[in-house]
Design a protein around this ligand. Structure first.
Ligand code: 13P
Length: 251
């Protein structure tokens, strides 16, 4: 059966020293805890190796926030999936709306990134979600379905089974405006149906679908109580150990 997961996405926040301190704090908080979910932090590339040396990945998984769409070579400033894996990281966020919006990521580049993540043993946390205008003109289901079809539906059932999905309505990211638990459930159930139509009910039932967008300790329990919401991808609230742990403990 699918796992419950709470994953932090630190985005472009914290210096190396601040990030190592925060990771150590979360690691310490989890040391004697038995949370009802897997816990992961996705951190800037520059922090990965140092943080890997400070945490117990049995209790706190480590991931990157992106990787390159090429294997290696003359791509100044890029960081490859094999480089990420060589730090000890196990996960990589792909297709975050900020990457799609500000760095022009398309389903074509994302297919390359997914293939490279798999080649290097990384588990993709793949993000999908509509912008406000699409929600308002009621195309949000079509938009999300197309994002999944275009970037993921070339995968075999076995490969698809390794992906963690994150539904992040763009209008809820960093805005303080959360999708209601009913809105999240409605979309998550829809996504599970789309997966079931392609890969069958068993694969769909085994896929973890996280919610992201202004998730915090005060709203996490209601979101996570919904049957198709299997956890959260947490931005701002993952930058503070107490609030991140408050979300972890909402399960
Ligand atoms: P916030 O939790 O800050 O809204 O960010 C959500 C997000 O984008 C996680 O990937």
């Amino acid at each position: 059966m699918r796992k419950n997961i709470v994953a932090g996405n630190w985005k472009m926040n914290t210096t190396l020293q601040e990030g190592v301190a925060l990771a150590k704090e979360v690691n310490e908080a989890l040391k004697d805890a038995t949370p009802k979910c897997d816990v992961i932090i996705c951190v800037p590339f520059t922090h990965l190796a140092s943080i890997n040396g400070e945490i117990n990945q049995e209790k706190l998984g480590l991931g990157a926030e992106n990787c390159a769409d090429h294997k290696n070579g003359a791509y100044t400033g890029e960081v490859s999936a094999s480089m990420v894996a060589s730090t000890g990281a196990k996960y990589v966020i792909l297709g975050h709306s900020e990457r799609r919006q500000y760095y022009g990521e398309t389903s074509d580049t994302l297919r390359e990134k997914i293939a490279l993540a798999f080649e290097n043993g990384l588990t993709p946390i793949f993000c999908i979600g509509e912008v406000l205008e699409e929600r308002e003109n009621e195309t949000h289901f079509d938009v999300v379905k197309k994002q999944i079809e275009d970037a993921l539906f070339h995968l075999s059932a076995e490969e698809f089974g390794k992906i963690i999905l994150a539904y992040e309505p763009v209008w809820a990211i960093g805005t303080g405006k959360t999708a209601t638990d009913d809105q999240a459930q409605e979309m998550h159930a829809f996504i599970r149906g789309v997966i079931a139509d392609k890969y069958g009910k068993e694969v769909a039932d085994n896929t973890s679908i996280l919610y992201g967008g202004s998730c915090k300790p005060s709203n996490a329990a209601a979101l996570f109580a919904k049957p198709d919401v299997d956890g959260g991808l947490i931005g701002g609230a993952s930058l503070d150990c107490a609030s991140f742990m408050g979300i972890v403990n909402a399960f």
